[in-house]
Ligand binder design. Structure first.
Ligand code: THU
Length: 130
């Protein structure tokens, strides 16, 4: 799987977002160590605080789909409402749990912007600390 496939997967997932309250659509695509792609979109709720971000839904999908391939090589995040769209703080920590190495955000007008995960969440807390 190339990162172009993941970019297209994140765009397509954003179209399936359930965001009737904010109308802010987000799609995320995780590429694992083996090259598999798992997507997520944001899913909002009438009880607003129960809404879930696209990135965390993609992590949940990865975990549910595979017991052995859970290393996150990269995550692509896309929103048609605000490009580039960076992962929120909670999602950064959840991506960190699975060793995310790179975050790719899309800007309609230019090349994908790629960030080493250490730049996105420096000096982070992770499973190896426990
Ligand atoms: N959202 C995401 O899904 N991912 C992000 O990185 C930022 C925010 C969602 C949550 C909510 O459904 C909507 O965008 C507005 O905050």
């Amino acid at each position: 799987m190339s990162s172009n496939d993941a970019i297209e997967a994140a765009r397509a997932a954003s179209e399936r977002a359930y965001a009737p309250y904010s109308n802010f659509r987000v799609g995320a695509a995780i590429v694992t160590g083996s090259g598999d792609i798992h997507v997520g979109c944001n899913v909002e709720n009438a009880s607003y605080g129960l809404s879930i971000c696209a990135e965390r839904n993609a992590v949940a999908k990865m975990v549910a789909d595979s017991s052995g391939d859970r290393e996150i090589r990269l995550v692509v995040v896309y929103s048609p409402n605000a490009a580039p769209c960076f992962p929120c703080g909670a999602c950064r920590q959840v991506l960190r749990e699975f060793g995310c190495r790179e975050v790719v955000v899309l800007d309609e007008s230019s090349e994908p912007r790629r960030y080493p995960f250490e730049e996105i969440l420096p000096n982070s807390f992770g499973p190896e600390a426990l």
